[in-house]
Design a protein around this ligand. Structure first.
Ligand code: HEM
Length: 255
């Protein structure tokens, strides 16, 4: 009787652990998806500089609330950056539970990976490395955005990128984000069976092509954007600190 009770308790606790683990998995997928969608939007907003300084200035003022309230509130950007930071940390903590935690585990995993030579297993390792890099690189950027929301704009951003020496960090962050995001979305699609056709092998091949196309697209867009900020930063390096004044009439307080 005693033994039967122990078996029931043990089975019940294993089932509860599985349910918790499944819930954490869903939370990890949702936070990853939200971050990936945020990054797509972020890349388009930041790349508005490719359309000109006025275009980027207009986007900046939009996020500071000017077009809604008639004046700017840079702290709105701080709030958005804080929300993204929380999501970033939650996602990282959830993902960490799957990472090898000791040198022995790491070596064992590498051994399996070499033996299997399976693309998707190697891709998982790309996620571990890039995720780790992003924890450091992304935190620096997010902290800056949170604490200096009023210093975002065509000259302000370009000065930070060039004269503030952020360009090396952005190069590494861009590579990490785009590889991590691309692989992450691909793995999400596989895991939850999105876009699964009648032939699983053909669907997987198509997904992999789409993944690379997206990664290449955002890397090209990102490097073109970074080049534009660097160019403006070099031209503006003797006037660091000067704020951008739009060519058309803008918000009174900003001119
Ligand atoms: C609400 C949060 C965020 C805001 C307001 C924001 C804003 C910006 C701005 C204004 C720039 C232009 C350069 C500058 O001003 O320094 C930039 C660049 C960049 N950001 Fe963010 N960012 C945010 C979150 C993130 C996150 C979470 C990541 C990735 C972990 C990220 C990755 C990058 C990268 C890689 C660049 C370089 C852009 C490029 O080369 O195209 N950002 N961001």
């Amino acid at each position: 009787m005693e033994r039967a009770h122990e078996v029931i308790v043990a089975t019940g606790s294993r089932a509860a652990t599985r349910v918790t683990s499944a819930r954490l998995d869903v939370a990890q997928s949702l936070s990853g998806l939200a971050l990936a969608l945020f990054m797509w939007a972020h890349m388009f907003f930041v790349s508005s500089i490719l359309l000109g300084k006025d275009a980027m200035w207009t986007v900046t003022k939009f996020f500071e609330g000017y077009w809604f309230f008639g004046r700017t509130y840079p702290w709105l950007v701080s709030v958005a950056a804080a929300a993204v930071t929380v999501l970033f940390i939650v996602h990282a903590v959830l993902a960490m539970r799957k990472c090898p935690s000791t040198w022995k585990e790491y070596r064992t995993f590498q051994g399996h990976m070499r033996e299997m030579r399976h693309d998707d297993t190697s891709l998982w390792f790309v996620q571990v490395y890039t995720g780790f890099a992003m924890l450091f690189l992304g935190s620096v950027h997010l902290y800056m955005m949170m604490t200096n929301p009023h210093r975002i704009g065509p000259y302000e951003s370009a000065d930070r990128v060039w004269s503030g020496w952020m360009w090396p960090l952005y190069i590494l962050l861009l590579l990490a984000v785009e590889l991590h995001g691309g692989v992450g979305l691909y793995r999400l699609a596989l895991k939850w069976g999105w876009f699964e056709g009648k032939n699983p092998t053909a669907s997987r091949q198509k997904l992999k092509r789409a993944k690379w196309a997206l990664t290449v697209f955002f890397l090209v867009l990102g490097f073109a954007t970074l080049a534009a900020y660097i160019k403006i930063g070099i031209e503006h390096q003797d006037r660091v600190g000067e704020r951008y004044v739009p060519s058309a009439r803008g918000p009174r307080g900003q001119r």
